[in-house]
Write a protein of this length. Sequence first.
Length: 389
Amino acid sequence: MHLRRNKKSLTESKIVGIILMTAAFFLIISIWDSLKGNLEAKTTEQICKLSVVAREKSYTEFYDPVSGKLKIGSAASPLACRTTDKYIPEDKDATKEDIQKEMAGLMAKCWNQFGEGLIQDVFKQGDFVTKNCFVCYTLSMRETSKFKGEIKADDLQQYMFDTPYKVPPKADFCKVNGGVCINSENLDDCKAQIQADPSYVLIDKKSDACKKDGKKACCYTEYGCWNQGGKCSGSNPDMNEYAEYNSNGWECPPKLKCYTKKEDYYSYGDYIQRFGGSGNALILADIMPGETYAISFGSPTGQCGWCTTLGLAAGTAVGVVAGIYTGGLGWAVLFGGGAYTITKGGSEKIVVENIGKFFERDLNTVYLTTLNQIQSGNYCSIVKDIRET
């Protein structure tokens, strides 16, 4: 005999689940209060990310029980996200490139917190714009001994699309930091597999990880860059084919740097556009000391006037940024005359009269703006305490 649960019992069980998730949310608040002032940004980001996933899984819509077609409400566990205030850069000797890396990294982290574009509507509530956009970080920019000028938006855009952010490793991980399994116990065969100076290459003939895969030995070095498919070198082997990648776990011997093939990595811009779901990255301000900036995440608002004007189809991963046109992006936003001008390859100019137009979107979007730009139209929510959500 098959036991069937009717729709009512299924809905009731889901409501119970939402109540339990909400109780867990208030438990998080009590822990938050006890650690207030000591909580690191990384913990804040992880709590937010977990709550985004929980909200997606718990979201339930309720329909009129007679017709079953008229939506009468919805429920979900709450978001436990708050805006993090930061002073950047932390290093008093930070260079322009250091600051670009920090800004690009925070845009990527904001994108990661809210589901990497894989959740179509993170917020599932709210008015047309405000509650569909959240400020992940406010950033107070400081002058350093090596940075006293400004970073043009197009320079930051170029950095985001030229610099590796994620590199899928080419490895069997027969060692903690990588390695390749081979069907041989010959060290020379290992040297043919790993692009390292032969003096660094080692072989493990007793590797359990390789034996489980039906292979005989593990080829590796002591350095993660080589072990995962990168190349350690004193300089870039070929500027057209390689880019420097200095992520944790991709180490090289002293005085050498790790380089990966451009065809193998996702840049910061690629990560937002296409690593998970489709997305946009909009940079709407130049960077200079003394200014306060905001990095924000927005879910689709259901319409996008400037997208329609440009003929951009929904679901197309196109990053729109301040500065210049590049083939990889397709479109660029320029500043001039108090308005925002959008160009296609330097032609076909279209003037958007106010910044609010850029907060109409048909894709998940990460913004880099000044804080004043956000506050001028209350375009995104700033949450200092998770009990405000």
